[in-house]
Design a protein. Structure first.
Length: 688
């Protein structure tokens, strides 16, 4: 890559600043809704460092939103030349740039010279003499005209269909959108209340709609709302504007679709399309939970969004922004989002980000602060070796379900065990041997304690919780699903858990797409692809049958009529465009196209396609350095790779492939390298 200057900042500053502004935009019926976790201000003074070794004098130009001073070896001040540049003398020394800005913005700089250019190798500190130096935050956007304090969005004008319902008029935009409403009345002057709805009935309800705006309109003049909203329908509080010109200016993050999935099953195709649309609407400064109500960044929701990203857009920048925004600044006095399990998902997400992308510069930058956050979590371990929730400070969420949360909750212990293991791996990558051993030991000790207390060896399942060192007898799917997902059990125990807990008729069923994804992952890991297809058709297909144009926060097949929009004791409290509803993206890419990295950044990867009861599947999985394309029907499998890595295609013996080679277990293997296209004839008899 060409050596170009990049915007740099103190690690996490940009991401935390952008997220903070975003979080403060939430309101409920014009009442400001503030986050219940700490928000952090930008640091007003930052020092940037770079060791340089230049053979001749060099001019550098410093661009920043702050006042800057340039020094050599800490104390020798360099004056600015008439053209705005700074002349660096030849030699080897430490270059220091001090930047100060007391305005309501974070500090960022760009340094550009012949050889000295700002990039991710620079260091930053807050204390000139005693402060610890960290690798800077940075952007891969190379334009010096790009302002790091903003995120650009694509705008598009969308015209609605005007509909009459009794004496009222509603404007239907056809599907969920995120943007602003424009109104140009022909006669009306004065205040106009704009009612937003994800459902028709919500846009007709001035009393109960979750969001509305009050505009001052004038006949013949266009008036645009000053807030972006999530909605499908728009209504007004008066019929005097029936002849108004109404449209919406949608705004979306300009991320490019790279992944694809298609079958001969139109229901599955529709589910995939709506899932992708749902996910894109919730991809903004960070990954959001939903576009109507919260519009906040939650670590559990984001954990799933990262997974969706790897099989659709593979946008590395939004991952970085989201991870930093969630982590926040020191000191760490509570769990991320004040939710115990969400914090553990954050550490797992950091591991996934590195493993899928190989983003080592980002990892170096964020890891020191991540360690401090993990140390906070480890400080919460009780004398019995387990972590507990604090009802007055930190929430044991797991899912929107009525389940016992008192005492020690097994699902939390499993997630913490996995988080420690993932952080041990990352510490080893960065050469922190002692930290790696510490986290690994903690993970192994916790795993042993989990099995000893919670696992019923005779019946093959994990109990939900324990009080005073004794299990309560309660069984839920969550700890059992996580144990299968993260390979805490072997193949035999996995099958027992599925039968005795996940499919057990007396265990309460999952009703959120959030936890439903975890269930589907566990089933796919156990080879239950047919059951997964049936669940997707029934559950996500059920939302489509109920008129969904994006997937919901919660879906209960027993809810009908207007009840299906209610949540949180409010008639329209449910989010009908929730990022965690996009789970089929991940399931289709990882388990039906069957693509997954087996080494960092797809240096090696596997392709294990699953036709199941489809007549054909085809699609593309994006990676950090290319794409993997798969096409399969009952007669042929084609795989093409542009990835700079070594892959192995695994073909199940049930497909009767016409290849020579050793059969290991149930699979034949075929190697594939960059630029190759592998074609294998099959003789598969479908079981319909």
């Amino acid at each position: 890559m060409e050596n170009v200057a990049k915007w740099i900042w103190y690690p996490g500053e940009r991401e935390i600043f952008l997220a903070g502004k975003m979080l403060l935009k939430r309101d409920y019926r014009l009442r400001k809704e503030l986050p219940f976790w700490r928000l952090d201000n930008p640091y007003p003074l930052v020092y940037f460092y770079k060791d340089v070794d230049i053979g001749e004098d060099e001019i550098i130009y410093v661009k920043s939103n702050a006042e800057t001073q340039v020094f050599i070896d800490e104390i020798k001040y360099i004056a600015q030349a008439a053209d705005g540049g700074y002349v660096l003398p030849r030699g080897r020394y430490s270059l220091k740039i001090a930047a100060v800005n007391y305005a309501s913005d974070f500090i960022y700089i760009m340094v550009d010279g012949k050889t000295v250019k700002s990039d991710e190798s620079w260091l930053a500190t807050l204390d000139n003499y005693r402060g610890e130096k960290y690798f800077v935050g940075f952007s891969d956007s190379f334009s010096d005209k790009f302002s790091p304090s903003e995120v650009s969005f694509e705008k598009k004008k969308i015209l609605p269909e005007k509909r009459r319902y009794g004496s009222k008029t509603v404007y239907d935009f056809g599907k969920e959108i995120f943007g602003r409403v424009s109104v140009r009345p022909t006669k009306y002057f004065g205040k106009l209340t704009v009612l937003y709805g994800e459902s028709l009935s919500e846009a007709l309800s001035a009393e109960h709609c979750e969001t509305y705006d009050v505009l001052n309109v004038s006949a013949g003049s266009e008036c645009v709302s000053d807030k972006s909203r999530g909605f499908r329908y728009v209504g007004f509080d008066t019929e005097k504007v029936d002849n108004a010109e109404v449209f919406a200016l949608s705004e979306n993050l300009p991320i490019k679709k790279r992944g694809a999935f298609k079958t001969d099953d139109e229901i599955i195709n529709k589910i995939e399309d709506v899932a992708e649309y749902t996910f894109k609407l919730n991809s903004r400064e960070t990954f959001l939970d939903g576009i109507k109500r919260d519009r906040w960044c939650w670590a559990g929701d984001a954990y799933q969004s990262f997974l969706f990203n790897y099989y659709s857009f593979f946008d590395v920048e939004i991952n970085r922004r989201t991870l930093w925004a969630l982590l926040g600044k020191e000191p760490f006095t509570h769990y991320i989002n004040h939710i115990q399990d969400y914090s553990y998902f954050w550490f797992i997400s950091l591991y996934d980000h590195y493993f899928y992308t190989g983003d080592i510069s980002f990892l170096r930058s964020i890891f020191p602060r991540a360690v401090k956050a993990l140390n906070f979590c480890m400080d919460q371990i009780g004398d019995d070796g387990f972590v507990r929730g604090d009802p007055y400070r930190d929430w044991v969420f797991i899912d929107w379900v009525d389940m016992p949360r008192d005492g020690v909750v097994s699902a939390e212990q499993i997630l913490f065990c996995v988080a420690l293991k993932k952080m041990a791996y990352l510490a080893a990558v960065l050469g922190y041997k002692d930290l790696s051993e510490k986290f690994k030991f903690g993970s192994e000790r916790l795993k042993e304690a989990i099995f000893k207390l919670f696992y019923n060896v005779e019946k093959g399942f994990f109990y939900n919780n324990a009080v005073d060192g004794k299990v309560t007898g309660s069984i839920t799917v969550y700890s059992n699903v996580f144990a299968v997902m993260y390979s805490l059990v072997d193949d035999t125990e996995r099958e027992r858990i599925i039968n005795s807990a996940i499919f057990a008729p007396d265990v309460e069923r999952i009703k959120t797409p959030y936890a439903k994804l975890f269930e589907l992952i566990a089933l796919c890991e156990a080879g239950k692809h047919k059951e997964v297809c049936d669940i997707m058709r029934s559950y996500w297909g059920g939302m489509l049958k109920n008129g969904a144009t994006s997937f919901w926060e919660f879906y209960d097949e027993s809810e009908h009529g207007e009840d299906k929009y209610a949540m949180y004791d409010r008639p329209y409290g449910k989010s009908c465009c929730h990022a965690w509803g996009a789970g089929p993206i991940y399931i289709n890419g990882r388990y039906f196209l069957g693509v997954r990295p087996t080494d960092v950044a797809y240096k090696s990867f596997s392709v294990t396609p699953e036709l199941n009861d489809y007549g054909c599947i085809e699609g593309v999985v994006p990676t950090v350095n290319g794409e993997i394309s798969i096409g399969m029907n009952t007669r042929v499998l084609k795989v093409k790779s542009s990835v700079d890595g070594k892959g192995v295609i695994y073909i199940h013996k049930k497909y009767n492939p016409e290849i020579r080679g050793e059969l290991r277990g149930n699979f034949y293997s075929v190697p594939i390298n960059k630029g190759e296209e592998i074609c294998v004839k099959l003789n598969y008899a479908r079981n319909i």
